[in-house]
Design a protein around this ligand. Structure first.
Ligand SMILES: Nc1ncnc2c1ncn2[C@@H]1O[C@H](COP(=O)(O)OP(=O)(O)OP(=O)(O)O)[C@@H](O)[C@H]1O
Ligand SMILES: [Mg+2]
Length: 288
């Protein structure tokens, strides 16, 4: 096991997984990635490192070349039954909303998945309403998807996955292209989903977002995939260099505070300006 947090069986897990696109070199090899129930996991790595590939392997869109994909501890079979079981548990929101949205209106798009599950009409309506509310796009229900702004299309695509009520919601760079307000609203929506028990995995290039939002990080570098507590991995300079990631703002500030003897070595790091503010307010600093 690579993750220190998995005492219970992970919901979904890749074990020693390898993958190469047709006639291409290996994109991933020997990857262990366990998604434990209730976690918020940020997947980081440079362009072309294999984040999208890894997320598609986890959600069954691509079939692993070697190794195993386990769902609740049992090997996933890539037949109709196995894939249905996987896809009703794990939902992937792809990087580009235009690859996901296809129906004429937002409401039709979001209802497509639940309708396809054969759910009664009343249940479909309830789920669509719930998903639109979660993403704060109720007002867009009757709007044609092709007339929406990019950020609105992103939120509509996520609503489509949420309407499936997955246990694991996987998102490929969901905040890319969103304005700061849109990012905050998405994080609020994710917080509500997490509070209702949804496990969330997010690929992102934003180390500050990862530090603030995730409890676990998964970092792809030429050495492979490393998983662990987010503050620990994003505080590892060698790993950040290998993955070509910047050091998060909160980690830099905490180092400065520690270097000046202001923050105890074992004290938790302030990860955002708001947490720094709260720490300053509570810190026993001389303020006369
Ligand atoms: N359909 C495909 N056919 C062949 N090679 C592919 C295909 N999709 C991706 N690749 C290659 O696989 C590698 C990993 O790509 P992937 O899209 O998983 O990276 P990524 O980490 O998501 O990158 P980004 O940050 O740019 O989104 C890259 O070298 C890419 O060129
Ligand atoms: Mg990608």
């Amino acid at each position: 096991m690579t993750s220190p947090t998995t005492s219970a069986t992970p919901v979904v897990e890749l074990v020693k997984a390898g993958f190469a696109y047709e006639d291409g070199p290996a994109v991933l090899s020997g990857v262990d990635f366990a998604v434990a129930e209730g976690r918020a996991i940020a997947l980081l790595g440079r362009n072309g490192s294999g984040k999208t590939t890894l997320l598609r392997l986890l959600s069954g869109g691509l079939r692993r070349g070697s190794g195993s994909l386990l769902l609740d501890g049992a090997e996933v079979t890539y037949d109709r039954k196995g894939l249905t079981r996987l896809r009703t548990t794990v939902q992937l929101v792809v990087q580009d909303p235009d690859d996901q949205l296809f129906a004429a209106s937002v409401g039709q798009d979001v209802s497509f998945g639940p309708m396809n599950l054969g759910l009664p009409e009343e249940e479909v309506r309830l789920r669509v309403r719930e998903a639109l509310e979660a993403l704060d796009i109720v007002a867009l229900e009757d709007r044609p998807t092709h007339l929406l702004s990019y950020g609105q299309r992103k939120r509509a695509a996520i609503a489509g996955a949420v309407a499936m009520r997955p246990r694991v919601l996987i998102m490929d760079e969901p905040t890319a292209g969103l304005d700061p307000h849109g990012q905050e609203r998405l994080l609020d929506a994710l917080a509500r989903l997490r509070a209702s028990g949804t496990t969330v995995v997010m690929a992102t290039h934003d180390v500050d977002l990862a530090l603030r939002w995730a409890d676990e990080a998964a970092v792809l570098s030429p050495a492979g995939l490393r998983t662990g507590p987010v503050a620990e991995l994003l505080g590892d300079d060698a790993l950040l260099d290998a993955a070509r990631l910047r050091r998060p703002w909160g980690t830099s500030v905490s180092r400065l505070l520690r270097a000046h003897g202001l923050l105890a070595p074992d004290a938790p790091e302030p990860r955002t300006p708001e947490e720094l503010d709260a720490w300053v307010a509570a810190a026993p600093l001389a303020t006369e």
